[in-house]
Design a protein around this ligand. Structure first.
Ligand code: TRP
Length: 453
């Protein structure tokens, strides 16, 4: 039964490379920039609780399904879904999942690159000591000066996109491996240092209370959807990025264990970021719901006042850029792999074309923070709209159909065979989760967000 395929794009050397690459994809701006600011906007504890439940009950089972489908199909998500549907004698329309995922990834990378550009800009601001002794007001205006200037944003956005294209064009698997191996643990340690600073100098108890004491009266209907959407976003699920990485995974690796490890590391980073930021927010009388600028308005305060702050600050933003870089690579990889497979072009060309397209779309996000900040639909700027559409709608829908496929379309023996979980009870648990709990959970959150339940 087990017919072995291999990917034309190569394979990870060991399962550790896969774990590192997938963790590199998962840990990024979502954890350090987005998680704190949407937690602040959505009232804290109750939002965090829903997010954690979604990671465990929806995220981990879907991650396992994605890795499994990818490893079985061994191609870009579109071709993987087509091959697997054929293998199960089902409608080739399932490949649509690959298309919508590719579209979601393309939209996400367009704005992701703009925000990563902010982090790049902050490397230099921290490096020359701009934050030393600065006040909250001063730091606020440093941020506003940056986002109000479309030319500067465009320049940083361009630099980040070129960095991403450069890596994807060359498939530097070993470069990625080294980067993630060293830089992720460093980022983790630096976050611990920041939490230590927040403990000493911030209002730590107020921060913890905000993060971990659920008050459901503060959580809106839409907030529930945002929490679930973020579980998808932060774990890189629902668009085929993890499926793509799974397609490079050597046979015989435990998909369950690796998925759980990746999810724990990812969640840990987000919670640490929250514990570093909110104590500073409350100690300095800042607004938790300050929006996308939150970390850029709070962390520089810590760097400006701690010993060695210029060094730590610079290092922090360098590592944040790296974290964003390893995530951006995974966002752009599915369309690049598809172009190489289907259009008979080389990787360099595929990466450049995809990158230029995403760069162009990113210009909309750049302008949404300044010249077009009044252009709104449903009270959302272009950036907010693209983020909402992808994270809250496209990723959960994509994830929903991915588990439907894995649980109801693909034959049970096939998934059992591919997952190769040693303990039969664990397989039963996964199968139960993906058949019932995960899809019903996604639907329930959708219904909740529109007020039906
Ligand atoms: N997970 C990344 C982050 O938290 C972003 C990301 C990378 C992503 N690849 C993805 C989000 C695929 C959704 C889908 O920063």
């Amino acid at each position: 039964m087990t017919e072995q395929r291999t990917s034309m794009h190569g394979q990870w050397t060991t399962r550790w490379v896969f774990v590192l690459a997938a963790t590199g994809s998962a840990v990024g701006l979502g954890n350090i920039w987005k998680f704190p600011y949407i937690t602040g906007e959505n009232g804290g504890g109750a939002f965090v609780l829903i997010y954690l439940v979604c990671v465990a009950a929806i995220g981990i089972p879907i991650m396992m399904a994605e890795v499994m489908l990818g490893r079985r199909g061994r191609q870009s998500p579109i071709n993987t879904m087509r091959v697997l549907a054929k293998e199960s004698n089902k409608n080739p329309m399932w490949q649509f999942l690959g298309w919508s995922g590719m579209a979601a990834g393309f939209i996400i990378i367009s704005y992701y690159s703009v925000i990563a550009g902010w982090a790049l800009a902050y490397v230099f601001r921290a490096g020359v000591g701009v934050f030393e002794g600065a006040t909250a007001d001063g730091i606020n205006s440093i941020f506003n000066d940056l986002v109000n200037d479309p030319e500067r944003l465009l320049a940083w956005h361009t630099i980040f996109m070129v960095m991403t294209i450069a890596v994807v064009a060359r498939r530097v698997k070993s470069g990625l491996e080294k980067a993630v191996c060293w830089l992720m643990p460093m980022l983790f340690i630096l976050l611990l240092i920041l939490v230590g600073y927040a403990w000493n100098s911030g209002d730590f108890s107020a921060g913890l209370k905000f993060l971990f004491e659920p008050d459901f009266s503060k959580l809106s209907q839409e907030g529930v959807l945002t929490a679930m959407g973020h579980a998808f976003f932060t774990l890189s699920l629902g668009m085929g990025a993890i499926m793509m990485y799974g397609s490079y995974l050597p046979a015989g690796t435990s998909i369950a264990k690796t998925s759980i490890m990746i999810s724990i590391a990812d969640t840990g980073v987000a919670l640490l970021a929250g514990m570093a930021i909110f104590p500073l927010v409350f100690a300095n009388g800042l607004e938790p719901g300050a929006g996308p600028g939150l970390i850029f308005k709070t962390l520089p305060l810590a760097f400006g006042h701690m010993d060695g702050g210029t060094l730590f600050g610079t290092l922090f933003f360098v590592l944040l850029v790296f974290a964003a870089w390893t995530s951006a690579i995974s966002l752009i990889e599915p369309p690049v792999a598809w172009l190489v497979e289907n259009k008979n072009v080389n990787r360099v060309w595929a990466a450049v074309v995809t990158g230029i397209g995403a760069w162009l779309l990113g210009v909309g996000t750049v302008l949404s923070f300044n010249k077009w900040s009044d252009v709104k639909w449903f009270d959302k700027t272009i950036f907010d709209l693209l983020d909402y559409l992808t994270a809250n709608i496209m990723l959960p829908l994509g994830g929903f159909f991915i588990v439907l496929f894995a649980a109801w379309i693909m034959k049970r023996e096939m998934s059992k065979d591919e997952l190769a979980i040693e303990n039969p009870k664990m397989f039963e648990l996964w199968y139960f989760l993906v058949r019932y709990v995960t899809p019903i959970g996604v639907i329930a959150v959708f219904l909740k967000s529109i007020g039906v339940i």
